[in-house]
Design a protein around this ligand. Sequence first.
Ligand code: SF4
Ligand code: SF4
Length: 429
Amino acid sequence: MAERLENTRKFQADVEQCMKCGFCGYFCPIYREEHEEKGLARGKDQLIRSALQGEQDLTKGFYEAIDNCLLCRTCVQYCPAKTRIDHAVTAARADYVAEKNLPPAKRIVFRYVLPHRRLFGLALRLASWFQGLLPRGQGRFRHLPQFLSALGAGRAIPDIAPRFLRTILPERSPAAGAPKYRIGFFSGCATEYVFPEIGEMIVDVLRNLDCEVVFDRRQGCCGAPVYLSGDFHTARKMAARNVEAFEDYDYVVTGCATCGSGLSEYPTYLADTPEKKERFERFAAKVKDFNKFVIDVLAADLDRLTLKPRFHGKTVTWHDPCHLARYQEVRTQPRKILQALEGLRFVEMSDADRCCGLGGSFSITHYDVSRKIADHKSDAIAACGADAVVTACPGCMIQLRDALARRNMDVEVLHIGELFTVRPQSKQT
Ligand code: SF4
Ligand code: SF4
């Protein structure tokens, strides 16, 4: 029988790191809205510490407290003791789920829908049909479960794409020139089902930068929403499938910040044997965000990047997704790309790396506070005078579109892969 709190114990040193200074209170997006100790890293840390000491049972209240976290790592960035509350919270969620199970809606979606790509696509179509029946802008649906009520309230939710990426993109896209690398393109669910055109554009850029790109049909969900909710058991199956599919490529490239960090963290959370840890680490080392791959790995000649005509004369700003800036240390690379695009004006917004408030299912289960957090982002975007906000996370895009639509702000939300094409090498000489 498994030891009680066996996952959390693995991160006990992280939990004991906190020196209770409260400095995280200046930065935690949730605390800044609610001013409640339980929202703060220090409050969560204390609760988890009490559980480890046997003074706290894994009650519903315990779950609600550890569920009230965006896992944005803002506190980790500024904590003088470098307390890894993200490790502690994720592991504590796993121990709660192992003992008490997931809430029913998440259980059904994670275990029976998300792992099956066809079924997931069908479920999304049904959800989009259902969403079309909801009157917009008429307040929350009080009699629906919280998961569904968050779809009301005039929330701007993107339509499900008429065709999914795997029915559009060929399995293999040859390199435009002599191939430098053979890469596996990891689309992630949002790109596959909601923004397939972004997937096509990213693959086109990579191809023109002389990479053979394979959209391996064996890929599934990265598993991040699943293991960050505490279902390590289901996520391990998802990880096994993705590692099996991708471990023979030179690199695994994704345009989704959450997928990039999700795949990279398999060794941290999902390796339950030394062999798996070694295999997951080898796999994680190949995972690269699109921006990082273009700038750091390919060292692309930025003069070849050509702004698409419709963006000429536009002013854009950059939103740093938490899963890119704090999880993968990707900050300078997208800015280099944006600054290199002739005809585009790049301006920084204030606090560009401030969390947008999405936090995966946090924005569904805690929509009110999620919305308030997003409003600060809208303020910063408005203040910098940009025509468009550019990012590299489809999840952030959905959140930002909702936030800007609520303010009736005429600001586009774009993925960086949408902005440019690559001039063929031959035309340069
Ligand atoms: S998590 Fe870090 S910043 Fe927050 S109280 Fe603990 S030591 Fe201080
Ligand atoms: S990870 Fe983010 S939401 Fe969670 S405690 Fe830290 S700052 Fe707050």
